[in-house]
Ligand binder design. Structure first.
Ligand SMILES: [Zn+2]
Length: 342
């Protein structure tokens, strides 16, 4: 049976069961051709030659081992590179990134869903990781992916996704009715709460309180090495065993100073389950590199979020290109002293 015929039978079945009204032109509406949502060709270009030069002149300066079912933080100065490596075997990692100069109330951090829209559902070499509002700028660029060969599979799956979130104890409690304490969400919360950067803004000696205070900073992740997709028929999120093997890595260039947190998911290769202690898990390795190819590299301009300054840029738009990262004025159509129109 063709896909169209299957849908007709399904629509008829649903209409009978739920008293749905299926319009006579339902199939014609489905056949409307989609358009790309964003004009991504207008995004800042990726200077491939520069990143290749940076890679050819890199030297390892630091590393952090993330034990199985745990999380760890790491620092990457702007203009440095870092790799996430499957150190001993197939292992999925959940990655959070923050601007290490700005971990506070208006923390600049990785924005997975906007990255999904601007780049793709699954990331690889040349893709960029974007930060949230009001910043919206590339905070890291993927410079190498040993799994770039995978591209996609017959199930609709791909590697390194930004379509899932992270395994967490809340969903686990709803579905299984039990507490599990080593989900990636908890691992990331605990890792952040014990980092020096977090300790510099939050003063508490109570580890439980520190983890609770760190939890709101944890955000949707880049699922490193995870193989995921949506089932074409049910549209449900699926995972399958990662194609990653020992020594596979994903490598990034830090466009801004980064504080990272990485969890070695309790799902291991995420081929069968997550949120339990039964699955084989391996450590992940984070390696940090400096590069001597930064002569012509200019980091992004400073982020200005002052509404007063942005108002000046509104009057003199040319200044925006000099100082402002985000092109948006942040007025939301409002004018000082005037009430909204409703
Ligand atoms: Zn996980």
């Amino acid at each position: 049976m063709t896909a169209v015929a299957t849908r007709r039978v399904l629509s008829h079945h649903l209409a009978r069961r739920r008293s749905l009204v299926v319009p006579v032109d339902a199939e014609a509406r489905r056949q409307v051709v989609p358009v790309t949502c964003y004009e991504v060709d207008k995004l800042p270009p990726v200077d491939v030659a520069f990143y290749e030069r940076a890679r050819s002149m890199m030297r390892k300066i630091d590393q952090v081992v993330v034990p199985p079912r745990e999380g760890r933080c790491f620092q990457v100065p702007a203009g440095h590179l870092f790799r996430i490596v499957c150190a001993e075997g197939p292992q999925v990692g959940d990655l959070n990134l923050w601007c290490s100069d700005d971990l506070g109330e208006r923390s600049e951090k990785f924005y997975a869903s906007k990255t999904r829209q601007l780049q793709a559902t699954h990331l690889s070499t040349g893709d960029r990781l974007w930060s949230g509002f009001p910043y919206l700028r590339p905070i890291a660029t993927i410079t190498h992916d040993t799994l770039a060969w995978y591209r996609g599979d017959d199930f609709g799956g791909g590697v390194h996704d930004v379509i899932g979130s992270r395994c967490d104890p809340y969903t686990n409690a709803v579905i299984r009715g039990e507490d599990y304490h080593h989900c990636c969400h908890s691992n990331l919360s605990v890792a952040l709460s014990t980092s020096r950067t977090f300790a510099s803004i939050v003063a508490t000696d109570d580890p439980v309180q520190a983890a609770r205070l760190a939890e709101p900073y944890v955000h949707d992740v880049l699922n490193v090495f995870m193989c995921t997709g949506f089932d074409r028929n049910t549209r449900k999120y699926f995972m399958k065993s990662t194609p990653a093997r020992r020594a596979d890595f994903l490598e990034f260039f830090a466009e801004i100073p980064l504080l990272g947190a990485l969890s070695a998911c309790p799902g291991g290769d995420c081929g069968a389950s997550h949120s339990d202690d039964a699955t084989q898990c391996y450590p992940l390795l984070v390696e940090v590199f400096e590069t001597s190819a930064l002569n012509e590299w200019r980091g992004p301009p400073p982020v200005l979020t002052s509404v007063a300054l942005l108002a000046i840029f509104n009057i003199i738009p040319k200044l925006r290109g000099v100082f402002q990262v985000s092109a948006y004025s942040r007025t939301h159509g409002l004018r000082p002293g005037r009430l909204p129109p409703h």
